[in-house]
Design a protein around this ligand. Structure first.
Ligand code: NAD
Ligand code: IPM
Ligand code: MN
Length: 359
């Protein structure tokens, strides 16, 4: 009889990137390992040094075979952040971050905005029940596709164009993803947001596709808001939202506002997902150059992103252990300064490790 084998280890690629990405990801790895070793699974972690330093050293951004390698050899990717003042056009960030989102076709950017402790929201008289919505951001189209150009650059007559690409296939799949996400997570409301009153072609396609798709999900209440109103309503009464679905750029903006309603960028996780294919998880925040190098960045957004990743890979108990530790740290004031505590990044990570180990 064959010996009973333990399950295959999950193969995780990590890309710490730049700035505070390089400070928070090591903490996440510690916490993740602690959470996983408490269970029966194993992780195999491979680190990639892609980022500003590497680009400035030898010109590497995203190696040619990276996409194929991730599809073949990895179950998921965990990314820190990309962005460095020495590269003002963000060339390396565009290649690595956008390159992976586009070329792995990670069309759904899932950004939960969940208030973990009422003391963390800037909104008066709001609590954990009021702020628990998810922004589903289209992640492969819109004005992010990099189509456009300059004419007469640097002259007084300069023209710059930036195309906004919306396809029927792309819009339909993100709308359906949002509804399926709502179903899977027991959410009853989906709000689609666009600017079809001004963007009469691209966002008209969003309106019409939404009208065609919503009927397939009759148990879910569907609504529509223009993006300007949506952002105002998120602040006025966030409790009205459960799932928000919108285009690439509006989703970028809405998810930063949502992150702040739920305690700040230091705490906000995200997943770049293509169901059934290798997907990438990252905190919503960037490389935060003002605080990089000081050892004070909050690692929790990245920890929660890693928890999303483990949950996505079916390691739900491990993910829950990590989330529970984050909640406990907040409840006990064991946090970095952005959340009112006094811990350094490493001490915040150590605290989470101890909590995960003792759970
Ligand atoms: P940012 O998210 O880096 O910082 C915005 C603000 O939030 C700053 O005040 C920062 O100090 C604070 N903050 C962010 N993360 C924090 C954390 N973990 N703990 C404590 N405070 C935190 O956004 P930015 O300043 O607009 O961008 C800086 C660089 O990062 C730019 O180069 C930008 O392009 C890049 N960026 C990258 C990503 C990514 O890789 N996914 C996301 C956003 C921005
Ligand atoms: C994010 C970031 C990126 C985006 C930037 C760095 C291009 O802001 O992940 O939210 O706009 O997608
Ligand atoms: Mn952003």
């Amino acid at each position: 009889m064959p010996e009973q084998s333990s399950p295959q280890p999950k193969r995780i690629a990590i890309i710490p990137g730049d700035g505070i990405g390089k400070e928070v990801i090591p903490e996440v790895v510690k916490v993740m390992k602690a959470a996983v070793s408490a269970g029966s699974r194993e992780l195999s972690i491979v680190e990639f040094d892609w980022g500003a330093d590497r680009y400035l050293r030898d010109g590497t951004t995203l190696p040619l075979d990276a996409v194929e390698m991730f599809r073949r050899d990895f179950d998921a990717i965990l990314l820190g952040a990309l962005g460095d003042a020495r590269i003002p056009d963000n060339r390396h960030g565009a290649d690595i971050l956008m390159g992976l989102r586009f070329r792995l076709d990670l069309y759904a950017n899932v950004r939960p905005c969940t208030l973990l402790d009422r003391r963390l929201t800037p909104l008066r008289d709001r609590d954990e029940n009021d702020i628990q919505f998810t922004v589903i951001r289209e992640n492969t189209e819109g004005s992010y596709v990099g189509m456009g150009g300059f004419f007469k650059k640097g002259t007084a007559d300069e023209i710059a164009t930036q195309e906004d690409v919306n396809t029927r296939k792309g819009v339909e799949r993100i709308l359906r993803f949002a509804y399926e996400y709502a179903r899977k997570h027991g959410r009853k409301r989906v709000c689609m947001s666009d600017k079809s009153n001004a963007l009469a072609y691209g966002h008209d396609l969003w309106r019409r596709t939404f009208a065609a798709v919503r009927g397939d999900y009759p148990e879910i209440e569907s609504s529509h808001m223009y993006i300007d109103n949506l952002l105002m309503q998120m602040v006025r009464d966030p409790s009205q939202f459960e799932v928000i679905v919108t285009c690439n750029m509006f989703g970028d903006i809405a998810s930063d506002v949502g992150a702040q309603l739920a305690g700040g960028l230091g705490l906000a996780p995200s997943g770049n997902i293509h169901p059934g294919q290798v997907s990438m998880f990252e905190p919503v925040h960037g490389s935060a150059p003002q605080i990089a190098g000081k050892g004070i960045a909050n690692p929790m957004g990245a920890v929660l992103a890693a928890a999303m990743m483990l949950s996505h890979l079916g390691l739900t108990g491990e993910a829950r252990r990590m989330e529970t530790a984050v909640r406990a740290a907040i409840a006990e004031g064991q946090t970095t300064a952005d959340l009112g505590g006094s811990l350094a990044t490493r001490a915040a990570g150590d605290w989470l490790v101890r909590r995960v180990e003792s759970a």
